[in-house]
Write a protein that binds this ligand. Structure first.
Ligand SMILES: Cc1ncc(COP(=O)(O)O)c(C=O)c1O
Length: 379
């Protein structure tokens, strides 16, 4: 079986991740931060270590500004719903995932927040100047992905961050498709909030993710409940991360995430990126040479996240996905990828697209097998 759906969830997971999760579950998966006995302390410690590891990955000085959530969607909702108020204006782009678009549309509908979508070019490329042009007096937030989960287009976050800083606007970045592959520094890029997910290129399990929150940004807590400490208060405490972490954290998952990031560190971001970019290049080149196949996103050789979306003339994207799975044992994703507006940008909203996304464990032979299979189907 060939797995090429790493942009949805990476698979397989490193053995270190499995081992860490099993160790946690067997030996100390007590309730973290809820007791002073040794198992609870051990569970708290693994979460603290993971917080430190995530902070290190994103250039965050104080790990308390990392809030663990169950996925990026929760983190994005926390940032968007917790920050935007009636009368505010937000800017986003046409290449966003529904986890950005839907909470923004919700605050537009329910709170009267104004919203501007910035259009990308035909390959989904977003120009920082178009973001600048959309700024109004009441603009409070810019929400943008670092890498499109459809076209693989990379967004120039540092340039957008500089514009946000210049206008005193908070920048919220969705790094679901770039964390663990590209280097990200919240200070250098002027990122006010950063939403990440654990189960893609950070190699953790599903049920993990989080939000980095700049120390000077205060959000209305998204959830209210127990935090272990400060139990006498009627409201959520003001200290971080407790203020934003109501309820028991996913200790076993977070232990796995810690091992996932340690695994990435043991190989090195650059090596991972080079490997995945090389495979993406070979795949794009091979698919583009097949008559009837259209590959979307940046031109061959241009920088891109290791995601290749394509269509085959005369076929629905779901048909291709089905044939690849049943006849060739190749797992890809087909359809709209939770990003319908991005499909409008590239003109594939009707038939959808087939998406092959690469990870550290993929090989050149697997890429060749996909090219061969698509050539047979298209021919
Ligand atoms: C760009 C992007 N943003 C957000 C998400 C949502 O991630 P999660 O499902 O982990 O919340 C995804 C997942 O597909 C994504 O690709």
């Amino acid at each position: 079986m060939i797995y090429l759906d790493n942009a949805a969830s990476s698979w397989p997971k490193p053995t270190e991740v499995l081992a860490k999760m099993e160790e946690c579950l067997r030996e100390y998966a007590a309730n973290p931060g809820r007791g002073s006995h040794q198992l609870s302390m051990k569970a708290s410690r693994v979460i603290f270590e993971a917080r430190r590891k995530v902070a290190g990955l994103f250039g965050v000085k104080n790990p308390d500004n990392i809030i663990f959530t169950q996925n990026a969607t929760e983190a994005l909702n926390m940032g968007i719903l917790g920050y935007l108020k009636q009368g505010d204006h937000a800017i986003t782009t046409m290449i966003e995932h529904n986890s950005v678009r839907r909470p923004l549309e919700y605050v537009r509908r329910e709170r009267g927040v104004e919203l501007t979508y910035v259009q990308g070019d035909g390959s989904g490329l977003i120009s920082p100047e178009s973001i600048r042009e959309a700024i109004q007096e009441n603009t409070k937030l810019i929400v943008v992905t670092h890498g499109s989960n459809l076209t693989g287009t990379l967004v120039p976050i540092a340039e957008i961050g500089a514009i946000a800083k210049e206008h005193n606007i908070v920048l919220l970045v969705d790094v679901c498709q770039t964390a663990g592959v590209y280097s990200i520094d919240v200070e250098e890029m002027n990122i006010g909030m950063l939403a990440f997910t654990g189960h893609k290129s950070l190699y953790g399990p599903q049920g993990t993710g989080g939000l980095y929150l700049h120390p000077e940004i205060d959000l209305d807590p998204f959830m209210h409940g127990g935090t272990g400490g400060y139990s006498e208060l009627l409201e959520m405490p003001s200290t971080r991360p407790d203020r934003y972490e109501a309820g028991t954290r996913n200790t076993v998952g977070i232990a796995g995430l810690l091992a996932g990031i340690s695994f990435i560190e043991s190989i090195g971001l650059e090596k991972i990126r080079e490997h995945e970019e090389r495979l993406a290049f070979l795949l794009q080149k091979g698919l583009e040479a097949i008559p009837g196949v259209t590959v979307y996103g940046p031109a061959l050789g241009e920088p891109r996240v290791p995601i290749i979306s394509f269509t085959v003339e005369g076929f629905e994207s779901h048909e291709i996905g089905f044939i690849l799975d049943r006849n060739y044992q190749i797992c890809v994703r087909s359809g709209l990828h939770c990003a319908p507006v991005a499909h409008e940008t590239i003109g594939t909203v009707e038939q959808g697209a087939v998406r092959a996304s690469l990870g550290w464990f993929n090989t050149e032979q697997e890429v060749e097998a996909l090219i061969q299979a698509v050539a047979e189907i298209a021919g």
